[in-house]
Design a protein around this ligand. Structure first.
Ligand code: GDP
Length: 295
């Protein structure tokens, strides 16, 4: 995760730290390298440009050049700006609105939605909530089976959806069922398609209207880089997302989606998926991620 970016940035900072004093030219040259490293990490072009101009303003505006440790000052400024770019604070899940709470997971087929539903159920249970899994992908019976299997593996009840049921009916019945089971949080694993299409969006909007979820989270594949960011923009336009979960961060050597998604869409990255196991889900903390990137 972020290996290439980390290596490149460390090389730039090593050079800057190695100098006793810095000139404006040294800083400009260093920031040019940082910008290149961000673009190679597949960070959105506009985001990279903005973050570099913010860093430059602070680096040249402050007494960096006169300070005793100019290189370290620059690293601190870059750390602060990276943290801000990723959203500053960790944003917790929203359980507000109707009781029981419901979280709708949306995303393209193969993005990791079903796996993430299982991971999130386990995470919620560890945090004292009583999750209830709801498979809604009636077009792919294998997806329903996959969630049922995951549920029994982690000991979380699953609504017995069938391929014959309509998605909205599943969700409204599942709310009653969850209450009967003594559960307080529905995790709705919606259908995905290979591409965004009108039919899918209309179905998701109908579910949203009928159950008024506490929040809608997009699950996107981090390995698709800027495509994940574009997908987030499209889903957000129609559904008003509460946030994003990036899956497969363990396989993403570049990190461009994680770095850009908040700055481009305005929606926070709430969790990252870091493996196939049900425990491989981490809440996303912008400051910790910035530290990780800057080594
Ligand atoms: P869905 O079609 O969106 O429901 O996607 P699935 O949940 O079926 O996931 C598709 C594939 O991605 C499966 O092989 C999962 O094991 C894998 N997957 C999901 N999340 C992660 C992750 O965080 N890391 C890795 N390495 N694989 C993941």
């Amino acid at each position: 995760m972020f290996d290439n970016l980390s290596d490149k940035l460390n090389a730039v900072f090593k050079k800057l730290k190695g100098r006793g004093t810095l000139t404006e030219k040294n800083i400009e040259e260093g920031l040019k390298q940082v910008r290149l490293a961000l673009l190679e990490a597949d960070v959105n072009y506009r985001v990279a440009k903005k973050v570099i101009s913010d860093i430059k303003e602070r680096a040249l505006g402050q007494d960096v050049m006169d300070s005793l440790t100019p290189g370290q000052q620059i690293v601190k400024i870059v750390y602060d700006e990276f943290t801000t770019m990723m959203g500053d604070e960790h944003e917790a899940l929203n359980f507000g609105g109707a009781t029981p709470a419901s979280i709708m997971l949306v995303g393209l087929q193969g993005s990791g939605k079903t796996t993430t539903a299982g991971k999130l159920a386990l995470f919620l249970r560890k945090n004292g909530r009583k999750p209830y899994l709801v498979p809604v992908d009636v077009y792919r019976p294998a997806a329903i089976e996959q969630l049922q299997k995951l549920g029994s593996q982690i000991g979380v009840p699953v609504f017995p959806s069938t391929a014959q049921m309509a998605p909205v009916d599943i969700c409204t019945e599942a709310v009653r069922s969850a209450i009967n089971e003594g559960c307080d949080t529905l995790l709705i694993d919606t259908a995905g398609r290979l591409h965004i299409d009108e039919e899918l969006m209309a179905e998701l909007e109908a579910i949203k209207k009928s159950i008024k979820p506490s929040e809608i989270l997009l699950v996107a594949d981090a390995m698709t880089g800027q495509d994940a960011v574009n997908i987030a923009e499209s889903f957000d336009k129609r559904l008003n997302l509460g946030g994003v979960i990036l899956s497969k961060m363990d396989g993403d050597a570049r990190g461009g989606a994680a770095l850009s998604i908040k700055a481009v869409t305005g929606k926070p990255l709430k969790f990252i998926g870091v493996g196939e196991k049900t425990t491989a889900l981490e809440p996303f903390y912008p400051d910790r991620m910035a530290s990780r990137i800057l080594g």
